[in-house]
Design a protein around this ligand. Structure first.
Ligand SMILES: [Zn+2]
Length: 264
């Protein structure tokens, strides 16, 4: 091997060696080695456990808000919007979510999402919402709820990413999976001479609620709702505070009579 070849080989070896190989998880007091880079690229800063948490929740350590915490905020936001349908900023946000629906192209079945990029999967989610006829006010209310819960949280994670992932998780749950059911004939288990038996098989696919796709959905939603939040969030918070004096609203994300999907 010539010197030149050898040098080229060394340089290549160094370039392909991950630079984070000897680094540690960024979470204070964790002490575990950081995960080797993955194709996703989201988690090179953290150990396996914290990387996984970060993918699912938008923060390496802070937990997602549970439903019973978010529900009163989601209800209040929606009820307020229903009472202010003609508000300029409400119309603006709902119209923008409708735009996300309309620009999202054809609905893809959940089992076809695997080969798509996170951006494409995010767009596919909006198409699924449209196909399921999810009221565009519901994603708007979900965003407003997350904005409000962060304001009431004494120890909030104020990074945009956490907010986006929290809201995206709620939107993600508004879509259904893809379900298939079919019948198959099987030889009789006792004797091959007996007539075959029929068995029903089912398979269910759900889009995965983790990783970069949540960041894209959250970013889309942030863009749609930010002006409404800028102008009306304090009014809605006041309304929420008054409404909470009248009852408890922790058991459902929607007020009575509202369902997420009108089509499966
Ligand atoms: Zn860690």
């Amino acid at each position: 091997m010539s010197n030149l070849d050898k040098r080229a080989k060394d340089v290549k070896a160094r370039a392909t060696q991950p630079d984070h190989m000897y680094s540690y998880c960024r979470v204070i007091h964790c002490g575990q080695p950081a995960r080797a880079g993955t194709a996703d690229g989201l988690d090179r800063l953290y150990c396996r456990r914290h990387a996984d948490h970060y993918q699912r929740h938008g923060s390496p350590t802070k937990k997602s808000y549970p439903a019973q915490v978010l529900n009163p905020y989601r209800q209040a936001a929606l009820v307020w919007m229903m009472a202010h349908e003609e508000d300029f900023w409400v119309k603006d946000a709902v119209g923008k979510v409708r735009g996300l629906y309309n620009r999202s192209g054809q609905k893809a079945e959940a089992f076809r999402l695997r080969g798509l990029s996170p951006r494409e999967r995010g767009t596919a989610l909006w198409a699924r919402l449209r196909a399921s006829e999810v009221d565009p006010r519901l994603p708007v209310a979900a965003w407003l709820a997350v904005e409000m819960v962060l304001k009431d949280d004494p120890q909030p994670d104020l990074k945009p990413e956490f907010k986006r992932v929290q809201a995206a998780k709620l939107v993600h749950r508004m879509v259904s999976g893809t379900h298939k059911r079919w019948e198959r004939k099987r030889p009789h288990p006792l004797h091959p001479g007996l007539p075959p038996v029929r068995v029903v098989e089912e398979k269910h696919w759900y889009p995965k609620s983790r990783g970069r796709v949540l960041r894209h959905i959250g970013q889309d939603l942030a863009g749609a709702v930010e002006l409404l939040a800028d102008h009306r969030l304090e009014d809605i918070r006041t309304f929420k505070g008054e409404r909470d004096k009248l009852g408890t609203y922790t058991s459902s994300p929607y007020p009575k009579g509202v369902v997420a999907r009108t089509r499966p």
